[in-house]
Each structure stands twice: as C-alpha cells, then as structure tokens.
Design a protein around this ligand. Structure first.
Ligand code: SF4
Length: 314
C-alpha cells in the first residue's frame, strides 16, 4: 500500500525511484531506449520532482512508448505532434516539469515543422531526440537521419540522400537557446546532460545518438568500442563530464559562439559530446502566455468582447 502523504507540500515529500516506475518496458534487449528511461527516472528522483507535477510527452515510434514506463503523468500523442502538445501544456501549466521524448522520424520528418517552431518559441521544457537513424517501429524504413547508402526496407539498394543534421538544424533556428549531444552507451554523461538541460530556463534540445541493435546492428559499434572517436566539449556553462575525462579527449568550446557551435555540429568524427550551443538571451514564449494567465476573468471577457465588437454592424 502506498503510504505517501499527498497532503504535504511537494518540497516536504521525499520520493523514491519506485515512484517513477511505470509499466515494464518491452523494448528489444540492448535498445538504447532503456538507458534513457533509467537516466530520466534517476533524474526525477534526484531532483525530487513530484510525480503528479511531472509530465512526459511523446509522439509515435519505439522511443515514444517511454511515457508508459514512467510513474509520472504522460501523453502518448500523435506522430510528430509531441511538441505542440507539450507547448499547450506549458502554456497553461507553468508549475509542471515537462519532458518530450521523440524519435528521428517523429521529430525530423513528420514533426519537423513543429520542431522548428518549438525551438523558436523556446518554452521551458526538456526535449530528448532519441536518434537511432531508422524507423524501428515500422521495421527499418529510411528516416531523415539514416546515413546515405544504408540498405533499408524503403531503399533496398541504399538510401539515396545524405541525412539531415539535427544539431546544425536546431542551432540554425532563430531564438533556439540550448542544443546538446550525448550517446546512449555513456549513461553517466547522458544523466549529466539531462541534469544540465533541466536547469536551463528555456527549451533544452538534447540529441541522443542511440543504438537500435535490431535494425541498425553494429551501426555505432566503432564509436562504442573506441573512446578515441568521441570528444568532450568543456566549458564552465556546459555539461559536467564526470569520469569521462579519464577515457575521452576534451576540447574547450564556447557554446555561445554561434560559428563555433555550427562547426562542432557539423563535425562527424570524433562525435562531439556536451553543450554545443547556448543562447542565454533567448526570449521565452511561455512568459507571454503566463502574463495572459494573470488576467482576471473579467479582463479576458473584455478582450474577447472587444474583438467581437470589431465585427459589429453599426
Ligand atoms: S526495434 Fe530498435 S528502436 Fe525499436 S525497440 Fe528494438 S532496438 Fe529499440
């Protein structure tokens, strides 16, 4: 029996990891989704986020089943629609911690329009792009980030086009404020990335290079086996590298330098890890919606009536 006293203020309640566990995951063994789920649950516990004040929103895809496995609120939405759902929640609920889980097909194809405008709106939320370079749920179809020449079920002779670059695309959006990258096989760094993203006041976009051992077998093995093919970005405003400095080379990087961030975003190898871009001066659209919320009912009615009056026949 759950003995949690829900009448206490959230800050006075202590949550356990078990409070964030949902249904048992049914992803393939060794799927990178498992690591992301565990890191997210640990983050919620370490930050003592009240489960009833935490919401995980997703679109469609293997990774988008993640809200089912959390003990928080969740919204498993439509294909490509995770971000507008999350924006709607943020517009009305400034007291919630919001996480968005989206895949490379979900975010970078059908949801690309929403992705661009969510970055521009810069509403407070943490967006996790679980990028495994393939449509897994629909069984090995070419996604927007599938490397050229990869044989897939939609392109049996090899994907003909170069993939899009989610980091460079995100950085190029006006008013984007936080773009970071980590990998699923380094959970300590992934956790620190989520921690830093959650502390960011606007939209924190995190691309997670992720393995799909079922449909992209061996795709990232060379990087997993050789830490020399990874590179940590270091900066006082960046992500805590933790113990990774013992195995991965480091390079100083100023994330507020747009041109430097673009160079890093386009770097295929070594894979850059850390905070790629930071724009601390970005405007937050949810601050405008918050202002709207503090209008009284009478004030809102007056605004609505004034708008209707414009169409009045005199
Ligand atoms: S198909 Fe790929 S992405 Fe989907 S659960 Fe299996 S390993 Fe994970």
């Amino acid at each position: 029996m759950n003995m949690t006293d829900w009448t206490l203020e959230p800050r006075l309640r202590e949550f356990e990891l078990g409070d964030y566990l949902g249904a048992a995951p049914r992803w393939c063994p060794s799927c990178g989704n498992h690591t992301v789920l565990k890191c997210l649950q640990k983050l919620c516990k370490d930050l003592n986020l009240p489960p009833e004040k935490t919401v995980v929103v997703s679109g469609i895809g293997c990774s988008s089943r993640l809200p089912h496995h959390m003990g928080t609120y969740g919204f498993h939405s439509l294909h490509g629609r995770a971000l507008p759902v999350a924006e709607g929640i943020r517009a009305r609920r400034h007291d919630l911690s919001i996480f968005v889980v989206t895949g490379d097909g979900d975010c970078c194809a059908i949801g690309a329009g929403h992705w661009i405008h969510a970055l521009r709106y810069n509403m407070k939320m943490t967006v996790l792009l679980l990028d495994n370079n393939i449509y897994g749920l629909t069984k090995k179809q070419t996604s927007p980030t599938t490397p050229a020449q990869t044989r897939t079920n939609t392109h049996p002779n090899g994907a003909p086009l170069e993939p899009i670059n989610p980091l460079a695309t995100a950085i190029s959006v006006v008013n984007a404020s936080f773009v970071a990258q980590c990998v699923d096989w380094l959970p300590e760094h992934l956790y620190h990335t989520l921690l830093r993203a959650q502390a960011h006041p606007g939209l924190a976009f995190v691309r997670i290079r992720q393995r799909c051992p079922h449909f992209m077998k061996g795709h990232l093995d060379a990087f997993v086996q050789d830490p020399g093919r990874l590179q940590l970005l270091t900066d006082s405003r960046g992500i805590d590298p933790g113990s990774l400095t013992q195995t991965v080379s480091t390079v100083p990087h100023d994330p507020t330098d747009f041109q430097a961030a673009m160079r890093v975003a386009r770097q295929a190898e070594p894979i850059p890890l850390g905070l790629v871009y930071l724009n601390e001066g970005a405007v937050r659209y949810d601050e405008f919606t918050q202002r709207g919320l503090i209008m009284s009912a009478e004030e809102k009615l007056a605004v609505i009536n004034a708008e209707f009056d414009k169409f009045a026949i005199v």
